[in-house]
Each structure stands twice: as C-alpha cells, then as structure tokens.
Design a protein around this ligand. Structure first.
Ligand code: ZN
Length: 349
C-alpha cells in the first residue's frame, strides 16, 4: 500500500530530499516560536483569513474516503483530492461524494505508475483516461495534476498542459505516507505558509486524526483552507479570488461546490471572560456555516440556528432553522482574550 503513496524521490533527487530535511528543521523552530507567541500575545482580531493554504489528499478514492470526508466536513475544510483514475472507476460513488462535500478533484494518473519512464503517447493516454474517468463519475473536469511520487519531467509537464492540467507538487510533505505520528503530521503542517500546498493521503488513520489539530493551528495563524489555483498552482480563496478578503467578483453563474453563500461577522458585547459574535449570511436562506475559535477559547451558547459543536467546542456547525439569516454565539476566552472567530465555510442548501 505504501508503495503506491507519494514519496519524494531519493534515487533521482537527493538534493531535493536533503533540502526538505534542512527546511524542516528551520521551519519547525520558527513554527514553535510562532505558536508560543499566538498563545501569549494574542492577536487583536482574527475574524478574517489573512491567507490560504491548499490541503491535498492523494491516492483516493479509497475504502475510507467517507471517513475522511466526514472529518473534513466536521472541521469546515475544503481540500483538493488527487485521485487515481483506476480508483475512481472502481468507486464512482466515493468520487461523487468528494465533490458533494465541496472538495476539488485533481488527476493523479491512472494507476500510480512512475510516469517519467513512459513515452509521450503513454503519458497522454494515461492522463486523458484518468480525466475521462473523473469527469464521467463526478461531472467535473480536472484542472490540476500531481505526478505520482512527485516525479516529473518537461515531456510530462507539456502533456499535462496540453490536456488543460496544471502540475502541482507540494511545499510541505506531511510524511503521513512514511508512518508519521499524528503529532508529527501536525508539526509538519504547522510549517505551511500562505499560498502553500501540503501533501497528505486518503486512507491513513493518522492523517484523519491530525486534521482537527492542523485546523486549530491554521486558525491560530489566521490561515484558512482554500483551493489551488489552476493558473498559478498556489492556494487561493475557495471562490478562486486571490486577495484573501475580497468578496467574489465577476459573474459566477455556478457557485463553487459547497459554497453558494457568504458571511459577515459582527463583534458583539465583550465581558471579562467571554464575548458574543453575530454572523450574518447572504446569498441563501437555507445554509450551513462552520465557524472556529482558537483554543483554549470555547463556544458555550448559540442562538438562531441548529448548532452542533465539535473539537472541544472550538468548531461550531450552524444550520439555518427558519429564524432568519443571522445567528450568534458566546465564546469563553479561557485565558485568550485576543483571538476572534473565523468563518471557515458557508454552504447553501
Ligand atoms: Zn500518490
């Protein structure tokens, strides 16, 4: 199984591997410093996303795709799934479920071969067969391609490009394919910076278990999960806009899957130990909004919606209940008086 996962290519790219290791040491030190600052100094306002990161899950769909989607949904996360064509053909409903859950779908080859040893025509048929399987199962034509094992060359890139696929490797390797523990995966993900992309995999329990902590860390740094731009390969807002806080512009006739509404956050009364927040939804009368606060803060009371709380009451999933398009909640500071909630997603319907 692990033989099919993406590993960096030690035989062909020793320089790259040592570069990754060296970066990891530096970045971990910086990240640990960053976490300490976030808890002690507390940012004054954290309601907006100051940047986006691309969470990616390769090699699916698998027998545990539904478990992965459930964790992602519970944490208000939209991610990019780099699917293997053969797996899509064998599990079309799981691929459909990915799209229904608001995920973006990329091409990860037909059967995870080492593509750099293929001829140009073999590359061409491999990628187009995969595109067809994905499009047939989900109705969505992939715009992103991740070569298996991250192995690529100029021929493969030009074949991908001729099929309308943007090649996306990764900035951060979670090492989940390499047996990393939950805390190691969380620590690796804490190196993510705005615009960057992290490699993870469908089908690994530790990866699923790490997601709540990965999201808590991103939230504490005002980073939000976004989509990977097919034009730049960088992480951008889920609606595709590049400036993080700019509302959708232009004339999107079909809202992105899982989107279709937007929110504005209004700060409410602040007491010594807690504060209120109001979230107003526009663009839909029936909606689901996921909001997160930064631990140790926790949400205690909610109103004007059907609420469910998870992850030690740091994540609130609120569904419209007919009492209007604004809902509110009270957050206990628990020692962090500076952080403010972050809306992770708004889903119409
Ligand atoms: Zn892979």
């Amino acid at each position: 199984m692990f033989g099919k996962l993406d590993k960096p290519r030690p035989p062909t790219a020793p320089g790259r591997l040592s570069h990754i290791v060296r970066l990891a040491v530096i970045a971990t030190t910086v990240a640990m410093g960053g976490v300490a600052i976030a808890v002690v100094a507390t940012p004054s306002s954290a309601a907006a996303c100051n940047g986006y990161v691309g969470l990616t899950f390769d090699d699916g769909p698998t027998g545990s795709t539904s478990a992965l989607l459930s964790v992602l949904r519970n944490n208000g996360v939209r991610a990019t799934m780099f699917n293997v064509g053969q797996n899509v053909q064998n599990n079309r409903s799981a691929a459909q479920a990915q799209v229904s859950a608001g995920m973006w779908i990329g091409n990860h080859s037909w059967n995870h071969a080492h593509m750099t040893s293929m001829s140009q025509s073999q590359m061409q048929s491999d990628l187009s067969q995969t595109n067809s399987a994905i499009q047939s199962a989900t109705g969505v034509r992939p715009q992103l391609f991740r070569p298996p094992y991250g192995e690529t060359n100029s021929t493969l890139q030009s074949v991908a490009s001729s099929l309308g696929l943007r090649q996306v490797i990764w900035d951060v390797d979670s090492q989940d394919w390499n047996g990393a523990s939950v805390s190691q995966i969380v620590s690796n993900a804490s190196r993510l910076q705005a615009g960057q992309v992290i490699l993870m995999h469908d089908g690994i329990q530790n990866t699923r278990d790490a997601i709540p902590q990965i999201m808590a860390n991103l939230t504490s740094r005002n980073l939000c999960p976004g989509m990977i731009s097919p034009s730049t390969g960088r992480a951008v807002a889920p609606d595709g806009s590049t400036p993080p806080t700019t509302p959708p512009s232009g004339n999107p006739t079909t809202p992105p899957p899982g989107g279709g509404c937007s929110t504005s956050v209004t700060p409410g009364t602040v007491w010594g130990d807690r504060y209120n927040t109001t979230v107003t939804v526009s663009g839909a009368n029936s909606w689901t909004v996921v909001v997160a606060v930064t631990a140790p803060q926790s949400i205690t009371t909610t109103w004007s919606g059907n609420a469910s709380l998870s992850n030690n009451n740091t994540v609130l999933t609120m569904r419209s209940n007919g009492s209007g398009n604004a809902f509110g909640f009270t957050t206990m500071m628990n020692g962090n008086s500076g952080a403010r909630p972050q809306v992770r997603s708004c889903t119409a319907g």
